[in-house]
Design a protein. Structure first.
Length: 403
């Protein structure tokens, strides 16, 4: 067993996940290829140096299917001896891919690996891969299946977060993301996405709205109220599982939930010895990793439990972490984790999150790990924890320590 070190982390900017978005013309293969090419070129990696590439993909069909990780390896010129595999843990796929790459290094299976993810949500819409969980009564009834937005509204209801609370959190996410871009905090990690002619078509996250305020968000109608209240509706389903809730307060909408976007990311991980041979400087050490299952109907409370598990594995307490990064799937998810673990907001998502910048499902986990690594280096702080909530009730977390 050996330690796993992070040598580099890069990502694309996030493009609006519609046919009018800047990255719509760019395939998932091209997004992943450009990430791998950037890692290869800026670290001077010879062909065959990377043992394996693990990419998270939440809808692994069509253009994103057929083991896109291996296809991207070949396309990026990493070398035919470099393997590739795609994995799916819903929204945590990108971080799970990083953890799998790290596990390969720790176990001795690989000396150098890349973990990351890709999702072109404008070209391969969310849910394109289908699945039994929401559609087969044999499991949907057993799991009390409801859409994630209903689960988010349940969290807000159960733990006392009002519409004003979730909107205020969303406003702050946009402010922090806008400030981070204005101050150049992402400049070392975000590559320029280019088209087939080599022309840059996007160099910054496309959905950040610095002008977002409580008034503009207040004008938006709840997104999941109709789904919840129709007869019979999903509110009735969730209240069977949580009978203590008399009525679901629908507070989430497009403005305080994660945006649908396109994007890709990669994290280069290896042994210290391999890094020395290739002239690579380690930036951080993987200190602990964890994944858990949680109650599948409320679905989105996994981060607090997987954080506790990862901290226990690392021999750390909540206060020992300098910076937390939790994917902003919905505002109430982050508010609940801060409430449950008593984490101050000035340690959580300090550069904004998916409410402002979007959530390219398979890539987000790797993106937020790179973001928090950059922030450790910018501030001179030591430890960070990245985590995500997951569909069907799960959680994944990674703790890193700056070298």
């Amino acid at each position: 067993m050996t330690d796993a070190y992070i040598f580099d982390a890069v990502r694309t900017p996030r493009g609006r996940g519609k046919n009018t978005g800047s990255l719509h013309e760019i395939t998932a293969l091209s997004l992943a290829t450009q990430v791998l090419e950037t890692i290869k070129s800026r670290n001077g990696l010879p062909e065959g140096a990377v043992d394996d590439v693990v990419l998270g993909v939440v809808s692994p069909v069509g253009e994103q299917g057929s083991v896109i990780a291996r296809t991207a390896v070949i396309n990026a010129g990493l070398g035919e001896t470099t393997g590739g595999v795609q994995i799916n843990r819903f929204c945590a796929s990108g971080l799970e891919a990083v953890n799998m790459a790290a596990a390969k290094v720790i176990s001795g299976e690989a000396e150098l690996a890349i973990g990351g993810g890709v999702e072109s949500m404008s070209r391969v819409p969310m849910g394109s891969d289908g699945g039994a969980w929401p559609t087969d009564p044999a499991i949907a009834l057993k799991a009390y299946f409801v859409p994630q937005g209903i689960s988010a509204d349940l969290i807000a209801t159960k733990y006392g977060f009002s519409r004003a609370d979730v909107d205020a959190y969303a406003v702050e996410s946009h402010k922090r993301a806008a400030r981070a871009w204005a101050e150049g905090r992402f400049k070392n990690s975000v590559l320029r996405v280019k088209d087939q002619l080599g022309v840059t078509i996007l160099d910054r996250d496309e959905t950040v709205r610095p002008s977002t305020d409580m008034q503009s968000l207040g004008a938006l109608e709840p997104s999941f109220k109709a789904q919840g209240e129709m007869m019979p509706g999903f509110d009735a389903v969730i209240m069977q599982r949580y009978p203590e809730v008399e009525e679901v307060n629908h507070v989430h909408h497009a403005g305080n939930s994660s945006g649908i976007v396109d994007g890709s990311a990669g994290v280069l991980i290896g042994t210290l010895e391999m890094g020395k041979r290739l002239g690579l400087k380690p930036r951080a050490k993987i200190k602990a990793m964890a994944s858990i299952g949680s109650e599948p109907s409320i679905m989105l409370t996994g981060p607090e439990f997987v954080t506790a598990k990862a901290l226990k594995k690392a021999g750390m307490a909540v206060g020992d972490i300098d910076i937390y990064e939790l994917n902003e799937a919905f505002a109430a998810v982050v508010l609940r984790m801060m409430q449950a673990l008593d984490i101050p907001h000035d340690k959580m998502n300090v550069n904004g999150g998916a409410i402002a910048m979007g959530h390219p499902l398979g890539a987000t986990g790797a993106m937020i790990l790179g973001t928090v690594l950059d922030e450790l280096e910018r501030t001179g702080k030591s430890t960070a924890l990245a985590t995500l909530c997951v569909g069907a009730g799960m959680g994944t977390a990674t703790i890193i320590e700056r070298v």
